[in-house]
Design a protein around this ligand. Structure first.
Ligand code: ADP
Ligand code: MG
Length: 692
């Protein structure tokens, strides 16, 4: 239950004075439904009224606060505005009012009296003027005139003044909350109490106060990150305290599998595997993310982990994002499984009718040990005999819901997620902080760095010449066609046209694969490329993830500027899988911007997926990199992951200490932290703490 101290802040904004249903709806749109949302709606700019020149010196275009005496009222007529002539010892200024009520003006700016006015100064035909001053007060009444006014992110129809008043009223409602910060950290950072920090962040006095590192804002950002890290840690600890099935893998079985492999595991693979097997026999439920750059060999590690499930009489499911990939995994793993007595099957949306029934039967009876597939795996009629391990390949392609639907098919099955999208540490902590992770830092021996060049499309002829040379050497070439957003059909046309062009120039041996093709045709195309019957595969991005054809040495990517960096890196990872030198040609449009050129250059300069991911994060922001909706990446409203990575790390360490000393959050600080969780609406996590 939400602590009582927060009740008033979680009331709807219409409970604030002066906020009716209409304004309430607008506020809800721009800030959120509750009073607390308004409190956390921080200013994005400010109006500075501290400029107080004499009239003659007032610069046009600036907001000025002037002390003037009125000396004439000139009523308007028709479309002509009402003018109040005023001035000081140095000069004159006209105060201009359109559609003004004369009696209102007479009251506000009586003839011959002094007033303080504040607003934007303009010059019109040599005369200074101010249209509709923002403020008019009597001399000595300056208190009513704020020198600095916050400017808030707005929505159409909501007046700035209305929003400002509502925010002020909201802050008024905010309570002093018990301190959840670590006292030494708070002192070292020079942070104020929560309520004071909140109030101060709404009172910027200069640009610097709007920056992320302004003290009041920084404190609020840290609070937000601390809530995030604490919530994730609570979820993690609840899970690991939860019982999981003990699935030890015997040395005999592991040894047999290792000797059936055509290669030796790399050190990175061995270490990752041993962590994973450690989880699986621990008696706790595994939830681990396995990271490794493209080509680092994650699949075989996952398969060896599956043996632990199989040995205990259970089953494993491997979920892949595409049909192509599921079938590729099935091909390699079926062959490996056959050598060591493990039955592997594949199930995708393409399996229909009798064949599908037969597969489902084998699965339900336990005759299938490892089932590989796509989304089809979590459909209702798919029933495992005993699902003990779920492996999710390219996990960022799946939503949390999909993983949960699959998990519901087993009794608290272990979960291993895999990703080749290197996740910068900051994102790792904030988006996947509830998972354990391990990475494969190395690659199988003999892999060569891929040489990447950027070339304008106008030099396509030379590139085709290069493709021809590669073909005559017996090498294979991917040709990736432009990604046209929101238009799968023109995507397709581009790919078909390109395949025709290449056939005209290079002759036979050009296969075409795209998303709109009948699945069997696409498989046939991929298979002919894999076998070498076709030397060139023209494709849309269907080959993006995980496709493995070691003989491919060249990849050409048309309109490379249209792809994200991480995606280009993934695509590039299709080559360089054998021991021959490999090339990636990024064909860019001729007129691309300098920044697009710089991006492409960045990727041609490094093969390090992590560096590229960091760059991608910097250029596109976290949501884009992970695909916010799917990744479960929280939307931070105050913290800024790009510049406040250090705070994330501090929060993480802070939380480790908190939970080591006070796992149930029952100390006074623990109680305060509970309030923090509810403040940032981490209610579920806060309840976990209570249940333990
Ligand atoms: P990814 O991590 O990108 O999913 P894969 O699992 O598809 O990589 O592996 C890429 C290729 O490397 C496959 O052909 C696989 O058989 C091969 N491979 C995996 N591990 C090793 C190893 N230790 N030595 C040599 N080749 C390996
Ligand atoms: Mg893979």
């Amino acid at each position: 239950m939400r602590p009582e101290i927060l009740f008033s802040m979680f009331e709807h904004v219409t409970r604030l004075p002066g906020v009716g249903p209409r304004v309430g709806a607008l506020i809800e749109k721009v800030a959120g439904p509750n009073i607390i949302d308004l409190c956390l709606h921080l200013p994005s700019g400010l109006v500075d009224r501290s400029y107080r020149p004499m009239v003659a010196a007032a610069e046009a275009g600036r907001i000025a606060t002037l002390e003037v005496q009125t000396f004439e009222h000139r009523p308007g007529s028709g479309r002509r505005p009402f003018r109040v002539l005023a001035g000081d010892d140095t000069g004159e200024i006209d105060l201009v009012f359109f559609h003004a009520r004369p009696d209102w003006i007479a009251k506000q700016l009586p003839l011959g009296e002094k007033r303080i006015i504040s607003g934007v100064v303009e010059r019109f035909q040599g005369r200074a003027q101010m249209a509709h001053p923002d403020y008019i007060t009597v001399v000595g009444g300056e208190d009513a005139l704020p020198m600095h006014e916050p400017v808030y992110p707005m929505t159409a129809g909501l007046a700035p003044k209305t929003l400002r008043k509502a925010v002020d009223a909201a802050i008024e409602q905010a309570k002093d909350l018990p301190e959840w910060l670590d006292a030494p950290l708070k002192a070292e950072r020079g942070w104020a109490d929560w309520r004071a920090a909140l109030a101060a962040s709404h009172k910027p006095r200069g640009r610097a106060d709007l920056e992320h590192d302004a003290k009041p804002r920084e404190r609020l950002a840290y609070d937000e990150l601390l809530a995030n890290q604490l919530a994730l840690a609570l979820i993690r600890s609840r899970r690991t305290r939860g019982v999981g099935r003990e699935l030890p893998l015997s040395n005999e079985r592991l040894g047999a599998a290792l000797s059936a492999l055509p290669f030796k595991l790399t050190i990175g693979q061995t270490q990752a595997l041993s962590e994973i097997l450690g989880d699986m026999k621990s008696g706790k439920r595994m939830q681990r993310l396995l990271q490794g750059d493209v080509g680092s060999g994650k699949t075989v590690v996952a398969f060896l982990a599956a043996l632990a499930a199989v040995e205990a009489g259970g089953q494993a499911a491997l979920m892949a994002p595409t049909d192509v990939l599921a079938r590729q995994h099935a091909r390699t793993l079926t062959a490996l499984g056959a050598k060591i007595g493990v039955t592997v099957d594949v199930l995708t949306g393409r399996d229909k009718g009798k064949a599908r029934q037969a597969k489902l039967m084998a699965l339900a009876e336990g005759a299938t040990n490892v089932l590989i597939g796509t989304h089809a795996l979590f459909q209702n009629d798919v029933g495992f005999k005993d699902l003990a391990l779920i492996i999710v390949d390219e996990q960022h392609r799946f939503g949390v819901d999909q993983r949960m639907a699959l998990a519901a098919k087993g009794l608290a099955p272990h979960l291993l997620s895999m990703t080749a999208t290197p996740i910068p540490r900051t994102l790792m902590l904030t988006a996947y902080g509830d998972m354990d992770h391990v990475s494969i830092p190395d690659k199988p021996p003999g892999r060569q760095d891929i040489k990447t060049v950027v070339t304008p499309l106008s030099r396509m002829d030379e590139v085709i010449g290069g493709v021809q040379r590669a073909m005559t050497k017996g090498d294979r070439v991917y040709w990736i066609c432009p990604l046209v957003e929101e238009s799968e059909t023109s995507d397709l046309a581009a790919a078909e046209d390109r395949a025709d062009d290449l056939r005209r120039i290079l002759g036979d041996g050009i296969a075409l694969a795209h998303g709109q093709m009948k699945a069997t045709d696409r498989d046939a195309a991929m298979a002919s490329f894999a076998s070498g019957e076709a030397k060139v595969l023209v494709a849309t991005t269907v080959v993006e993830v995980g496709v493995d054809v070691p003989a491919a040495t060249v990849i050409v990517i048309e309109h490379a500027e249209r792809f994200g960096l991480a995606q280009l890196h993934q695509l590039r990872g299709r080559v360089g899988r054998g021991d021959k030198a490999s090339f990636c040609v990024l064909l860019r449009a001729d007129g691309v911007t300098e920044s697009a050129k710089a991006r492409l250059l960045a990727i041609s300069n490094t093969n390090d997926g992590f560096k590229i991911a960091e760059e991608d994060l910097r250029l596109r922001g976290a949501g884009e990199v992970l695909g916010t909706r799917q990744s479960g990446l929280p939307d931070f409203r105050i913290a800024d992951l790009e510049t406040q990575a250090d705070l994330v790390a501090i929060a993480r360490r802070d939380v480790d200490v908190i939970l080591a000393n006070d796992p149930d959050l029952s100390s006074p600080r623990g109680e305060a932290l509970r309030v923090l969780l509810y403040l940032f609406e981490r209610d579920a996590a806060a309840r976990y703490a209570r249940i333990g």
